[in-house]
Design a protein around this ligand. Structure first.
Ligand code: FAD
Ligand code: MLT
Ligand code: ZN
Length: 474
C-alpha cells in the first residue's frame, strides 16, 4: 500500500487512469524520485501517467478534492531539483510522458501544436521532416520534454539567435490546480487581449498548473552552416571574437559557446572517444556556429575572414573548421558533454548565472579568483552561452578532496559567485530556474514588491497550494 493515499482515492485514480496510468510498485517509482544531479531523493505514494488532457484534468480534480500535492514531471532533467517530490511521502508525481502526440503541424503558419510529454528531440525531428526548424537545442534534448522546457523557460545553445523557450511559444493548453482546462492554443502572431496568461505558466516550474500542450513557433531551415572550434587567448578575446562575428552579420550567429581549458581537458580524459581537433591545449575555447537560410550566404568566407582578423589581432590562437557533418558533431560533442564530464570528475557546484554580455570576462575572472580564495585548489570550470551572457560558473572539487566535504560548502560557493554576479548587475538563475535548490535566494534577490506579487499570483491561481509545493517560492 503506498503511504498516505487513501484507498478510495487510489481506487478512483486507478479506475480513471487504468493500469498503465498509475504506478505504485517501488521499482516503477524509482526513476521518478531523484533528480539528474542526485541532489535530492524524495518519496511519492504513486506516479500518475495520464494519457490525455481530460484524464489529467479529472485526476487533478480528484487529488485537489483530497488536498494531495502534485509534482509535474517531464524528462526529470531539471538542474535545480524542480521535478522531484520531497521526502514527506505525500507529494504525487504526475508524469506527462504518455501525452506526447503532435496534434498539428502547419508549415504555412509555421507552427506545431505538441503535447507536453513530447521529447524535445522528437519535436525537432518532426519539424525537420516537414521542412521546418524548431530551434530550441540543449544537451538534454533527448530526454527533456516540451512541457519541461516551457515550464523552465529553457535557454540552451541557440538562444542567441532564436530566444528562450518563451519566445518560441504562441499558445498553451493548461490544466489548472482545480482541474479546469484552459484552452489557449491560439496560433496567432498578434493577440493583445488582456493579461498574457500564457506567459505566466512559462517559467512557473509547475507551481501554477500543468502545461498539457503548446503551440510552438517554427522557422525556416538553414541552408548553409559552419562550425568552428577556436582556441582563444583569454576571456576578453572570446568576447572580442563574438563581437567581430556579430558586427559582420548578427543574424548568422546561431550559437557562440565558451569553454575553459579545464572543462575541455575533462572531456578529452573522461568521455569515450573524446578528442579535440586542435594540436595544442589552450586555457580558453570558443565554439562558433553560423547558419543562414540563404543558400548564397557566404558563411565560409565570412568565418575565414573573421578568424584571420582575430588571428592577426592575437585573439584567436588556433582554430579548426568542421569539414563534414561528422566533424561538426564532434566539435559540438565537446561542448554538450561538459555536464557529463564534470559529473564523472567528482563533485561539482553549478552556478547558472547571467550578466550583461560585456561583463562576461570580468565575471569569469572575478568569480574564479574569489572561489580559489574560498577553497584553495578548487577548479573553476566556466562554460556556456557567452552570446547570451549566461555562463555556467561551475566549480569542481579540489583533486583528492572528499566530495561530501566539498558539497557541504555548496552554499558558500554559490554565495561567493553570486556576490560577484550581483556586483555585475546579473542574475543568480539564468536558464535552469529556481526549483528547490534556489528558493532560499529568492528573498534576497527578488524580495519586496516583486516577490509579494508573485506570492499573490500563486495564491490566486493555486489557493490550496497543491502545485509543486516547496519549489520556486520561499
Ligand atoms: P523536468 O525536469 O521534468 O521539470 C522541470 C520543471 O518543470 C519542474 O519544476 C517540473 O515540475 C516542471 N514541469 C515539467 N513538465 C511540466 C508540465 N507539463 N507542466 C507544468 N510543469 C512542468 N537547461 C537549459 O535551459 N539550457 C541548457 O543548455 C540545459 N542543458 C542541460 C544539459 C543537461 C545534460 C541536463 C541534464 C540538463 C540541462 N538543462 C538545460 C536543464 C533541463 O534540461 C531543462 O531545465 C529542461 O527544460 C527540463 O525539461 P524536463 O522535461 O526534463 O523537465
Ligand atoms: C549546459 O548548458 O550544458 C547546462 O545548462 C549546464 C550545466 O550543466 O551546468
Ligand atoms: Zn546551459
Amino acid at each position: 500500500m503506498p503511504d498516505d493515499l487513501s484507498p478510495p482515492l487510489l481506487d478512483r485514480l486507478s479506475a480513471l487512469l487504468g493500469p498503465r496510468g498509475i504506478l505504485t510498485e517501488a521499482a516503477d517509482l524509482e526513476p521518478h524520485l531523484a533528480d539528474w544531479r542526485l541532489l535530492y531523493r524524495g518519496r511519492t505514494p504513486c506516479v500518475l501517467r495520464p494519457a490525455s488532457t481530460a484524464e489529467l484534468a479529472e485526476a487533478v480534480r480528484l487529488c485537489a478534492a483530497a488536498g494531495m500535492p502534485l509534482v509535474p514531471q517531464g524528462g526529470n532533467t531539471s538542474m535545480v531539483g524542480g521535478a522531484t517530490p520531497d521526502e514527506g511521502g505525500r507529494q504525487v508525481v504526475v508524469s506527462l510522458a504518455r501525452m506526447n502526440r503532435i496534434r498539428d503541424l502547419d508549415p504555412l503558419d509555421m507552427t506545431m501544436t505538441a503535447e507536453a510529454g513530447l521529447v524535445l528531440k522528437a519535436a525537432q525531428d518532426a519539424a525537420a521532416e516537414a521542412g521546418c526548424l524548431f530551434p530550441l537545442s540543449l544537451g538534454a534534448e533527448g530526454t527533456a520534454t516540451i512541457g519541461g522546457v516551457l515550464s523552465t523557460n529553457a535557454g540552451g545553445n541557440t538562444t542567441v539567435r532564436y530566444g528562450n523557450a518563451r519566445e518560441l511559444m504562441l499558445g498553451l493548453e493548461v490544466v489548472l490546480p482545480d482541474g479546469q482546462v484552459w484552452n489557449g492554443l491560439r496560433r496567432l502572431r498578434k493577440d493583445n487581449t488582456g493579461y498574457a496568461l500564457r506567459h505566466l505558466f512559462v517559467g512557473a516550474e509547475g507551481t501554477l498548473g500543468f502545461i498539457t500542450a503548446a503551440v510552438l513557433r517554427l522557422f525556416a531551415r538553414p541552408k548553409e552552416s559552419e562550425v568552428a572550434l577556436c582556441a582563444v587567448r583569454d576571456e576578453d578575446a572570446a568576447l572580442a571574437l563574438f563581437r567581430r562575428f556579430r558586427d559582420r552579420d548578427e543574424t548568422a550567429v546561431r550559437a557562440f559557446e565558451y569553454m575553459s581549458g579545464t572543462g575541455v581537458g575533462f572531456y578529452a580524459r573522461l568521455i569515450e572517444g573524446g578528442s579535440v581537433p586542435l594540436s595544442t591545449p589552450a586555457d580558453h575555447y570558443v565554439l562558433v556556429d553560423l547558419a543562414s537560410t540563404r543558400p548564397d550566404a557566404g558563411l565560409r568566407p565570412l568565418l575565414e575572414a573573421v578568424l584571420e582578423e582575430a588571428l592577426e589581432a592575437e585573439e584567436v590562437l588556433d582554430a579548426a573548421i568542421a569539414e563534414s557533418e561528422a566533424q561538426r558533431a564532434a566539435i559540438w560533442r565537446i561542448r554538450e558533454e561538459h555536464p557529463e564530464a564534470q559529473k564523472r570528475e567528482g563533485a561539482s557546484v553549478k552556478n547558472d548565472v547571467s550578466v550583461p554580455v560585456s561583463r562576461v570576462p570580468e565575471l569569469i575572472r572575478r568569480a574564479s579568483e574569489a572561489c580559489r580564495r574560498l577553497i584553495p585548489g578548487v577548479r573553476p570550470v566556466p562554460f556556456g552561452h557567452l552570446g547570451d551572457g549566461n555562463i555556467h560558473m561551475n566549480l569542481q572539487q579540489p583533486e583528492g578532496m572528499d566530495p561530501a566535504a566539498f558539497l557541504a560548502r555548496s552554499h558558500d560557493i554559490m554565495d561567493t559567485v553570486n556576490e560577484v554576479v550581483r556586483d555585475l548587475d546579473g542574475s543568480f538563475s539564468a536558464e535552469h530556474g529556481i526549483g528547490r535548490l534556489k528558493t532560499d535566494m529568492m528573498e534576497g534577490w527578488r524580495g519586496g514588491p516583486e516577490l509579494a506579487v508573485m506570492q499573490r499570483i500563486k495564491a490566486a491561481i493555486d489557493p490550496q497550494g497543491i502545485m509543486n509545493p516547496g519549489k520556486v517560492l520561499p
